[in-house]
Design a protein around this ligand. Sequence first.
Ligand SMILES: [Zn+2]
Length: 210
Amino acid sequence: MKSFNFLVFTVYVFILFVQPENVFGLPNFWANVNTAKPNIISRNGWQARPANGHELLKVTPTPYVVVHHGGSQQYCYNRNTCSQIVRSYQNYHMSNNGWADIGYNFIIGEDGNVYEGRGWKYVGTHTPGYNANSIGICIIGDFTNRLPNEAALKALNALIGYGVSKGSINHSYHVVAHRQVTSTACPGTKLYEYVKKLPRWTNNPKKSNV
Ligand SMILES: [Zn+2]
């Protein structure tokens, strides 16, 4: 009987600590570990144009993540449409702006997929003063009046968590919104409000001097 009570007690304690929040209302030690893995569509997967050259990130792992939106009211909920929009961003950045490639390191659709732009290794063209020391992530759409859906926000958090776990983003990184460091409406008021609530958001980012 004693050993039965002990078993019940052990199971009870185990259950308490397996929940995301334990009995004291505190997060369990693994609750901050982002275990969701992002689904990353490679450049081939969205039929990217080849880049006109690459430059390696100067500060790695990067101390910053910069959040952007696409800025046009084009939204997508499946891989085909999202790939098409990502290609249109790349065409615009290369043909109109004369950049070497799509400006962002990664692009996220409301289909929940992450589309590889310049990726983890190469400098983007998205935020003057922060290109060399950040991963620039753009969510497809205009988020002035609404938030990206849950799938896109989950993908954003999973991508950042994955970047930290693989050593591409510094574990003590900070998140900023594009409009904090450049005169722009990007990433839209609603998405900016969300970014400000992220645990690693900073109001005091420091430009890269390299
Ligand atoms: Zn932006």
